[in-house]
Design a protein around this ligand. Structure first.
Ligand code: GLY
Ligand code: MN
Ligand code: MN
Length: 454
């Protein structure tokens, strides 16, 4: 086994132990991985494991279930993996599968069984267990299976066996754990960030007037894959000209005209972890005056946001910092009418920025591109924004989007700009994972159209 896998196996075992320690004695947690998804006919989407399951196992095969039993009296906590049995014939068609015996050794679980044995084994495991933890009401298929297991245990009542008397939602416990990234996770995220930044640089290098959005998308995907990333972390957005004002545009089929901006929002998924980067650049390598003015405004907003990220500061602070800069700019540039809304505070209170800036300035980032974890401290009165801690990972993505409208200076029409980077909170402030993608005006102008692949 290579050292990366060995380290991850240890990290997964430590996570299972931390989870089990949060459950009452003898309680059982059941966590299946994701089902495969059919695309059409006999064709499946590329398989993607469930993030929670992967977090606790490192195991990427479909048809797998992790069962954890919390320590009870003298019995230590146990991890049990259910997975596909070895199958020489199916392996000719579909490739290698571990099988329980090899999986047990490779992934460091205490026991492993064939997935076909799960009903029998869970009836035994749940017998006399006080509590069951699972993704409550998250999917109907799992709810139905839980009912089946409960029915089987309840059928043993005459012999004195008791079934779990309380059900608990497993996911909030895991959400809190996933919010703080350990060293191995941070290293993987940093690699995902570097590969994705390189992909943005490649697309900038390949841009020129007349290029199709999909050709730039192809540059991104090529760079992701040649560096070992398994997938794009989400459908890439390559939005030129007016398309940049459509937040979730992803048709990526328009030809880019001279003088237009291109907004690219794309990141890879590497070993289960996402990157999420946006860059905006002029396709001909020169920002015009209006484009540059708005670009520098968004850049200033991003700098203000970075300065608000530090341990102990509220999560909401970096959005508020970016928003103030953006709204001041909107007032100064006449996007928002000063005579109607007054100063920055009044404009923000009146939400006068919403036509031009309608999204938040970031989100948690991790295995899921919009990663899990509460944004507010629900244990406090008023549910204030939670405080940042070292190890939290988030995006910082201010933008401005100007659709043609009465009263809006025409020079800015159809300009859409977003600048998005990924950071990890450290004691010293934000560690930027995606800085290799050019962000300053001069860097961008020096690169666009100059790539080897243009
Ligand atoms: N790419 C998704 C997002 O920026 O949130
Ligand atoms: Mn994002
Ligand atoms: Mn994004």
């Amino acid at each position: 086994m290579d050292t990366t896998a060995a380290r991850d196996t240890r990290a997964c075992a430590a996570r299972r132990a931390r989870l089990a320690a949060q459950m009452p004695p003898g309680a059982v947690a059941v966590l299946p991985t994701a089902p495969p998804a059919i695309r059409n006919g006999d064709s499946e989407y590329p398989y993607r494991h469930d993030s929670y399951f992967y977090y606790l196992t490192g195991f990427t095969e479909p048809e797998s279930v992790l069962v954890l039993v919390a320590a009870h009296g003298e019995r230590p906590a146990r991890s049990i993996l259910f997975c596909r049995e070895k199958h020489p014939e199916r392996e000719i068609w579909d490739g290698f599968r571990y099988g329980p015996q090899a999986a047990r050794a490779a992934f460091g679980v205490d026991e492993a069984f064939a997935i076909d044995a799960i009903d029998t084994e869970l009836t035994r495991i749940l017998a006399d267990a006080p509590a069951l933890y699972y993704a409550l009401a998250a999917n109907a298929a799992l709810d139905a299976r839980v009912k089946g297991w409960m029915d089987a245990v309840r059928a043993l009542a005459r012999g004195g066996t008791t079934a779990p008397a309380s059900f608990h939602d497993l996911l909030p416990l895991l959400d809190e754990m996933r919010l703080l990234k350990d060293d191995g996770e941070q290293a993987t995220m940093a690699r995902a960030g570097r590969i994705s930044a390189q992909a943005h640089a490649r697309a900038m290098g390949a841009a020129r007037p007349g290029v199709f959005e999909y050709a730039l998308e192809a540059e991104l995907l090529y760079e992701f894959r040649r560096n070992g990333a398994q997938f794009p972390a989400y459908t890439p957005i390559v939005a030129s000209g007016p398309n940049a004002c459509v937040l979730h545009y992803n048709a990526n089929d328009r030809q880019v005209r001279d003088g237009e901006l291109v907004l690219i929002d794309a990141g890879c998924e590497l070993d289960g972890y996402a990157a999420d980067i946006t860059r905006t650049f002029p396709v001909n390598g020169r920002f015009d005056a209006a484009q540059r003015t708005l670009y520098e405004l968004v850049l200033a907003a991003q700098r203000a946001a970075f300065a608000a990220i530090a341990p102990g500061r509220p999560y909401a602070g970096f959005h508020e910092a970016a928003l103030r800069v953006l709204v001041q700019g909107m007032l100064d540039l006449g996007l928002v009418d000063r005579s109607k809304v007054g100063n920055v505070d009044d404009a923000i209170a009146a939400r006068a920025h919403l036509p031009f800036y309608m999204h938040g300035t970031g989100h948690w980032l991790g295995m899921d591109v919009h990663d899990v974890g509460a944004y507010r401290d629900v244990t406090q009165p008023g549910k204030p924004s939670r405080l940042l801690q070292p190890g939290m990972a988030l995006t910082v993505e201010p933008g401005i989007y100007v659709r043609p409208a009465d009263g809006v200076p025409e020079a800015f029409w159809n300009i859409g700009i977003r600048i998005e980077d990924d950071v990890i909170v450290t004691e010293d402030g934000p560690r930027i994972l995606t800085g290799d993608a050019p962000r300053e005006v001069a860097e961008i102008e020096a690169l666009v159209g100059k790539g080897m692949h243009g």
